[in-house]
Design a protein around this ligand. Structure first.
Ligand SMILES: CC(=O)/C=C/C=C(C)/C=C/C1=C(C)CCCC1(C)C
Ligand SMILES: CC(/C=C/C=O)=C\C=C\C=O
Ligand SMILES: [Fe+2]
Length: 570
């Protein structure tokens, strides 16, 4: 049984509990004494809603019990903690470690993701709508100090203050900005949309460490670039870009960062294309290295959630899944949300020189749907030191756009143990640099070997842009193709090793190389696992054997997360 604290007060409360610190979400307007009750944990969206209504915080984890009968509503039965909102605004404490953490692993793993999917009485629709929730695992001499905290974005703060949605999220439009049927009444909103005013800054997708040490949370809106303190998880404030590129409201959610620079793509919705930009470590100014024009005759550029780089080139995808101004302006989401599917206009990959900004290849490829590029590298077929082909790998959803709508919370909450998603694979693009018109798209490893699920990938960061061998990603345990396993894929030998436990939903496996390692897979893989019984734990796998070396349980359940980063100690 878990302790349930029911707080009736006007303000958020801080509860100090032995080694853990907890802050409840916010409360309603009633004033009264704090009551402490004992009640089973209910990992359920109704429960999360009640937090906002009356503020209740679950302190301990325990096996969830069924909801009281009166609260059972069709479609709202007990759901996996992976899809359940966090139940406190923040928490910190030491985790008890089972197993042994390598002595060299000192630093902080930070993970971002949408951890809160309701506001007031409103339940969000889509996985990507939730408010950013940072989770920290600080490894120190074999111990793990963990924490989580909601990001104080303007979108989250406004939602808290007004108890309703105030900005456009991935799939949600607040009532206040809904354009009515009169085409002229919405002009103001069109301005607010294109100026970015009504867009969210809920930076819930990823978190990166810039070369100068600053830590930034990101989403696809440019205003959703927010600096945080990786030790306290406090929000520092907006990352202020010192350039004029912020006029374009969107960006790729996955910049590529090294110790010296950051590369990203800025899509242009007006003249369909992408600006390829570079920012020096220590600077806030992005320089435009070059611009790619979209090849298709469609109105919008292809969606770029992520892209890839090699040593000398930037690989720019132009997916047939395109930003749609029409869908952007709609109040009610389409099954493709802000996008539209235009395979008749072709699918392309462009390659730009990092040095000159020149587009050195622009090839048509088979239709594809991907969120995440894994890595890319140059192949030199003639052995004269000049690249002849670019290889670019991605998690590819068999060109099936239904994946986007399948990430709706109702689908995720109700699907158990069977195929629900389109099958996914490692898609390998071969892009010739000899002026050929076409590129190839192949399956790198038979998808059955990783259970026909493939997303949320990482590699050894020292192999970024280089020929590489290992992909760490979420795969699946058949017969279901939902990513419920961690997979190590050897793309050279075409072998896969999976980690899976019944009922568990792991988030992105993140590879940290061992300092001084000479083998690509010498390091550890970190993931956070949401458990069927309502709990969660951090897990460490050996990068080479892919066997578990340690796990550490959180005293409560954490929801699914998206992307993470590693910040070495000092
Ligand atoms: C969480 C994740 O992976 C993606 C999040 C994407 C978001 C929040 C996209 C937001 C957008 C709008 C609010 C309007 C403009 C288009 C678009 C960038 C899709
Ligand atoms: C969680 C996900 C896809 C899972 C399907 O296999 C995609 C997340 C994308 C955003 O970062
Ligand atoms: Fe992503």
């Amino acid at each position: 049984m878990a302790s349930l604290i029911t707080t009736k007060a006007m303000m958020s409360h801080h509860h100090v509990l032995s080694s853990t610190r907890i802050t409840t979400l916010y409360s309603d307007n009633s004033i009264g004494d704090q009551q402490i009750k004992t009640k089973p944990q209910v990992p359920h969206r109704l429960f999360a809603r009640r937090i906002f209504g009356v503020t209740r915080a679950v302190i301990n984890s325990a096996a969830p019990s069924p909801l009281p009968e009166k609260e059972k509503v069709e479609g709202e039965r007990r759901c996996h903690v992976a899809w359940t909102s966090v139940q406190q605004e923040n928490w910190e404490g030491e985790l008890t470690v089972q197993g042994k953490i390598p002595t060299w692993l000192n630093g902080t793993y930070l993970r971002n993701g949408p951890g809160l999917w309701n506001i007031g009485d409103h339940d969000f629709r889509h996985l990507f709508d939730g408010y950013s929730t940072l989770v920290k695992l600080q490894f120190d001499g074999g111990r793990i100090f963990a924490a989580h905290r909601l990001l104080e974005s303007d979108a989250y703060k406004a939602a808290k203050k007004h108890n309703r949605l105030c900005y456009r999220e991935f799939s949600e439009t607040p009532k206040s900005v809904i354009i009515n049927k009169n085409p002229f009444s919405g002009i103001g909103e069109i301005v607010r949309l294109f100026s970015g005013e009504s867009l969210t800054d809920n930076a819930n997708t990823g978190v990166i460490k810039l070369g100068d040490g600053r830590v930034m949370c990101l989403t696809e809106t440019q205003k959703g670039s927010i600096l945080v303190d990786h030790e306290t998880l406090e929000t520092i404030g907006k990352f202020e870009y010192d350039d004029v590129l912020s006029d374009h409201m969107i960006q790729s959610a996955h910049p590529i960062v090294t110790e010296t620079e950051m590369w990203t793509l800025i899509p242009d919705l007006v003249k369909p294309g992408y600006r390829v930009v570079r920012m020096e470590a220590g600077s806030n100014k992005r320089e435009v290295v070059g611009r790619v024009r979209c090849r298709s005759g469609s109105w919008g550029p292809g969606w770029v959630h992520s892209f890839a780089v090699t040593e000398n080139y930037v690989v720019i995808p132009e997916m047939p899944l395109r930003y749609s101004v029409k869908n952007l302006l709609r109040a009610e989401p389409t099954p493709l949300y802000k996008f539209e599917w235009c395979p008749q206009d072709g699918a392309f990959i462009h390659v730009m020189s990092k040095l000159t900004g020149e587009v050195v290849a622009s090839v048509e490829v088979p239709a594809y749907v991907t969120f995440h590029f894994i890595n890319a590298y140059e192949e030199d077929k003639n052995g004269d030191g000049k690249a002849t082909v670019i290889i670019a790998d991605c998690c590819e959803h068999n060109a099936d756009t239904r994946i986007l709508d399948m990430l709706r919370l109702d689908t995720l909450r109700s699907s158990h143990g069977h195929d629900v998603l389109p099958d996914a694979r490692i898609g390998r693009f071969r892009i010739p640099l000899d002026g050929s018109k076409y590129g190839k798209l192949e399956t790198a490893v038979e998808a059955e070997k990783h259970g026909r699920a493939m997303d949320m990938c990482s590699i050894n960061p020292l192999y970024l842009g280089q020929k590489y061998r290992y992909v760490y990603a979420c795969g699946a345990q058949r017969p279901c193709n939902f990513p419920n396993a961690l997979s190590k894929v050897d793309i050279v030998e075409k072998k896969v090793k999976n980690w899976h436990e019944h009922g568990m939903i792991p988030s992105e496996p993140f590879f940290v190389p061992r300092p001084g390692a000479t083998h690509e897979d010498d390091g550890v893989v970190i993931s956070i696992v949401s458990e069927e019984n309502g709990g969660s734990f951090a897990i460490l796998l050996d990068g080479s054997s892919f066997e578990e070396i340690a796990r550490a349980k959180f005293p409560y359940g954490l929801p699914y997360g998206l992307h993470g980063c590693w910040i070495p100690k000092d």
